[in-house]
Design a protein around this ligand. Structure first.
Ligand SMILES: [Zn+2]
Length: 189
């Protein structure tokens, strides 16, 4: 059981009753980033859907449960319990819609989740990836050199002086004058 209320200016609040806890999740989205902060309050099991009021003092949440009423006030990105509904003539009740699930369900029992840090954790990762790419480039070049080295010694290892007997085909040493197999004279060229 969760409810969402559009607060305007890209900000919305999700209200979820988890056991005796009311989890208030503030989500603010602006171009390029999205922030989310959850606060959990012991309110008891809701006996009626929560109410959201827009007052001159900020957004006020009214949670009605079997244990009574709890009034929460949203100030900036934080939510705090206030003693009672602020008396204001021009308080306006905002429509609250029931939703099946939260976009990201907060962990039960977590008192407060700090807003996601926008981009700072990503910066060192990008730098590391840049260093890896830079160190990988010489590795590729070294691999290319190794390939050239592996190819060049091969012709040198081929025995240019190896000769074979023209008569019987046996291998003969360069210093041999006659084939050791058939005695055919070796003509060194
Ligand atoms: Zn021979």
């Amino acid at each position: 059981m969760a409810y969402v209320c559009e607060l305007g200016a890209g900000q919305r609040v999700y209200l979820e009753n988890q056991g005796l806890q009311t989890v208030v999740t503030l989500m603010s989205s602006s171009p390029g980033q999205q922030q989310q902060a959850s606060n959990s309050f012991t309110t008891g099991v809701w006996s009626s859907p929560p109410q959201v009021f827009q007052t001159p003092y900020g957004m006020v949440l009214k949670i009605t449960s079997e244990q009574g009423e709890k009034t929460l006030q949203i100030q900036g990105s934080g939510v705090s319990v206030i003693s009672s509904m602020p008396l204001a003539k021009d308080s306006e009740q905002l429509p609250v819609h029931e939703v099946a699930t939260l976009p990201v369900s907060p962990m039960p029992g977590v008192e407060s989740l700090k807003p996601m840090p926008p981009m700072k954790p990503m910066e060192p990762m990008n730098l590391n990836m840049g260093n890896m790419q830079m160190s990988m480039n010489p590795m590729e070049m070294r691999m290319g050199n190794m390939g050239m080295r592996m190819g060049s010694p091969a012709p040198q290892n081929t025995p240019q002086t190896q000769r074979f007997c023209t008569q019987c085909g046996a291998s003969v040493k360069p210093e041999d004058r006659f084939c050791s197999s058939c005695g055919h004279p070796i003509h060194h060229q």
